[in-house]
Design a protein around this ligand. Structure first.
Ligand SMILES: NC(=O)c1ccc[n+]([C@@H]2O[C@H](COP(=O)([O-])OP(=O)(O)OC[C@H]3O[C@@H](n4cnc5c(N)ncnc54)[C@H](O)[C@@H]3O)[C@@H](O)[C@H]2O)c1
Length: 282
C-alpha cells in the first residue's frame, strides 16, 4: 500500500511534532486528540516551529504553507478510516493505549499499520488488542521531533518483517534514521536513559546537589547537551514516572524504582515545562 495519508493520535508534546514532520515531508496528516484545546495548542506550536525553519532559511515560506495545508485536526477518531498509516502518541498508559488500539483496529482498513510512539509499553501487548498484531509496531520518535533524527523501531513478538520494512522506509522519507529494538520494557533508549534521570532525581532528593549543580556537572563534565533535570522537565515528569514504573514492573530490578521525589512532584502537578513548573520554573 502506498502511504499518503497518516493519522496521528494525541496532540501533546510528541504528537504535534510527529504531525509536523509528516506534513513537512509531503504526507496528508489528520491529527486527532480528545481535547480540543490540545489541538489548538498543537497548531500554534507547529506554526511556531515552521516559522523558525523559515527564519533560519531552512524552509521556503511556500513549503511551510503547503505543509500547513496538508494538516487537519479533529477530535473524531472515525476520520482515520481514510488513513494509510497510524502513529499513536497518547498518554503513556497501557489501558488507554490498549483501548485505543482496539478502536483503531475497527476503524482503519485491514492492511493499515498501527504504530505506537510509546516510550516503554509492550508493543506485543498493544498488538494483542487488535486482529492485526503483525501490523503493529513501535515507532518511537525523540523529542523535539522536528530536530531529532533517530527513531527507535520496535518489533513486537508478532510484528512482521514486512511491517518493519515499511517503518524503516517511512523514517527515510522523513529524513530520519530508524534503528530496530526488541520488545522489552523501555526498549533501548529509555532502558539506558531513565535510570540516569532517576539517579539525578535521587541526587536532588538527597541534597547531593541542586538541580543547577547536577545539570552543570553533566553538561560540562560529561559533555551532555542538556543536563538530566532540564531534560526531565522537557520530557514531562509524569511521562518519566510512567516509563520508570513500566521498567520497574517489567524488569523487577529495584534499580528502576521511581524516586519518591519524582512521585511527589507529579502528585503536586509539577510536571516540568508543560505545566510551567518542575525542577525549574518556566
Ligand atoms: N515527552 C517525551 O519526551 C516523549 C518522547 C518519546 C515518546 N514519548 C511518548 O509519546 C506519547 C505521548 O507523550 P507526550 O509527552 O506527547 O504526552 P502529552 O501528555 O504531552 O500528550 C498526550 C496527549 O494525548 C491526548 N489523549 C489522551 N488520551 C487520548 C485518547 N484516548 N485519544 C486521543 N487523544 C488522547 C491528551 O489529550 C494529550 O493531548 C507517550 O506514549 C510517551 O511515552 C514521549
Amino acid at each position: 500500500m502506498q502511504i499518503k495519508h497518516v493519522g496521528v493520535i494525541g496532540a501533546g508534546t510528541m504528537g504535534n511534532g510527529i504531525a509536523q514532520v509528516f506534513a513537512q515531508s509531503g504526507f496528508t496528516v489528520t491529527l486527532v486528540d480528545v481535547a480540543a484545546p490540545m489541538l489548538e495548542r498543537a497548531r500554534a506550536s507547529i506554526d511556531k516551529s515552521l516559522a523558525k525553519f523559515v527564519e533560519k532559511g531552512k524552509l521556503a515560506a511556500a513549503d511551510r504553507d503547503a505543509a500547513l495545508g496538508r494538516l487537519t485536526t479533529t477530535s473524531s477518531l472515525e476520520e482515520l478510516a481514510a488513513a494509510d498509516y497510524v502513529v499513536e502518541a497518547i498518554v503513556e498508559n497501557v489501558d488507554a493505549k490498549r483501548a485505543l488500539f482496539g478502536r483503531l483496529d475497527a476503524i482503519t482498513r485491514p492492511g493499515v499499520i498501527l504504530s505506537s510512539n510509546t516510550s516503554s509499553i509492550s508493543i506485543t501487548v498493544l498488538g494483542a488488542a487488535t486482529t492485526r498484531p503483525d501490523r503493529v509496531l513501535g515507532m518511537h520518535f525523540m523529542n523535539p521531533v522536528p530536530l531529532m533524527t533517530l527513531v527507535e523501531l520496535i518489533r513486537g513478538q508478532a510484528t512482521s518483517s514486512e511491517s518493519m520494512q515499511v517503518a524503516v522506509d517511512l523514517c527515510a522519507a522523513l529524513g530520519k534514521n530508524g534503528v530496530e529494538a526488541a520488545d522489552y520494557p523501555g526498549f533501548i533508549a529509555n532502558r539506558i536513559q531513565m535510570p540516569m534521570l532517576n539517579e539525578a532525581f535521587f541526587a536532588v532528593m538527597e541534597g547531593v546537589g541542586t538541580p543547577e549543580a547536577i545539570d552543570a556537572v553533566m553538561k560540562g563534565g560529561m559533555n551532555h547537551p542538556m543536563g538530566p533535570l532540564t531534560l526531565a522537565d522537557f520530557i514531562g515528569l509524569d511521562v518519566c514516572l510512567a516509563i520508570l514504573t513500566v521498567l520497574h514492573d517489567g524488569l523487577g530490578d529495584p534499580k528502576y524504582r521511581p524516586c519518591p521525589l519524582l512521585r511527589r512532584m507529579v502528585a503536586a502537578g509539577h510536571l516540568g515545562r508543560k505545566s510551567g513548573r518542575g525542577f525549574y520554573t518556566y
